[in-house]
Design a binder for this molecule. Structure first.
Ligand SMILES: Nc1ncnc2c1ncn2[C@@H]1O[C@H](COP(=O)(O)OP(=O)(O)OP(=O)(O)O)[C@@H](O)[C@H]1O
Ligand SMILES: [Mg+2]
Length: 251
């Protein structure tokens, strides 16, 4: 039995002389909903890509589902689901073709493919629209479809990089219900977001700024820490702004 779903120790990623991810360390428990919060360019996507075995770190160690990100990339890809920030569905394919594409790359069992496909279509609210071109779907429906595709092979660990960007509040609630249901089944989710209401739903958050983790705790505990400093009852957004500005001043 693994101690952690994700284990990261002293991981660094440089692009030329620029350090995008700077010596980060953290662990994520099985079934945990772990949030990545941080300003644009903080290093969230770069970290997620390294944990998915898509980008090699310059130094440090990452273990995902018991597999080493630097040596067992193929095993990692089989065991995780990944919804990327910008690209996850082919816009010019139909709904049905996109699902078939993911079934193919994840090599799901032939016997259950049709059943899974129907469930994804139903959950995304796309019954009867299977032949529509994906580009024509609304953002929220497209993101629900992308989530279904990322979960098609029943992964134990799921990486969602800003999955709800541009999605309306009602659809975001529906999306987070799926994440909570996954957590109840013991599936681990690492999710990045710029929405503070979503960050509140995470069991713990890593606050990332300038490639570093500047705080990592449960939302409630993060607020308590700032409260003792500033003598006020902060929102999570106050905590975010306070800690990021403090970190920027110190550089
Ligand atoms: N392939 C690359 N080559 C050079 N620089 C890169 C590359 N990928 C990312 N970067 C840089 O690394 C930094 C971190 O980028 P990253 O995409 O990880 O940030 P992020 O926290 O996901 O931001 P956002 O909230 O905007 O999605 C940025 O300064 C970005 O410009
Ligand atoms: Mg990003």
């Amino acid at each position: 039995m693994l101690k952690y779903a994700i284990e990261v120790a002293n991981m660094t990623k440089k692009f030329g002389s620029f350090t995008a991810v700077d010596n980060i360390s953290f662990t994520v428990d099985k079934g945990e909903i772990f949030g990545f919060l941080g300003p644009n360019g903080a290093g969230k996507t770069t970290t997620i890509r390294m944990l998915c075995g898509l980008l090699a770190p310059n130094s440090g160690k990452g273990i995902v589902g018991g597999f080493d990100i630097s040596k067992e990339e193929e095993k990692i890809k089989e065991n995780i689901g990944y919804m990327s920030q910008k690209f996850s569905l082919y816009d010019d394919l139909t709904v049905s073709e996109n699902i078939d594409f993911y079934s193919g790359i994840y090599q799901t069992k032939k016997e259950t493919r049709q059943e899974k496909k129907e469930a994804i279509i139903k959950n995304a609210g796309l019954l009867g629209r299977e032949k529509e071109i994906t580009a024509h779907l609304s953002t929220s429906i497209k993101q629900h479809l992308a989530l279904g595709c990322a979960l098609i092979h029943d992964p134990k660990i799921v990486f969602l990089d800003e999955p709800t960007a541009g999605v309306d509040p009602i659809s975001r609630r529906k999306f987070w219900k799926v994440i909570k249901d996954l957590s109840d089944k013991g599936i681990t989710t690492l999710v990045s977001t710029h929405y503070m209401d979503e960050a509140e739903h995470c069991n713990r958050i890593a606050l990332i700024s300038g490639g570093k983790i500047i705080a990592c705790d449960a939302p409630y505990n993060l607020k308590l820490k700032i409260k003792t400093i500033e003598n006020m009852t902060p929102s999570l957004e106050d905590v975010f702004v306070f800690l990021v500005e403090k970190e920027r001043r110190s550089n």
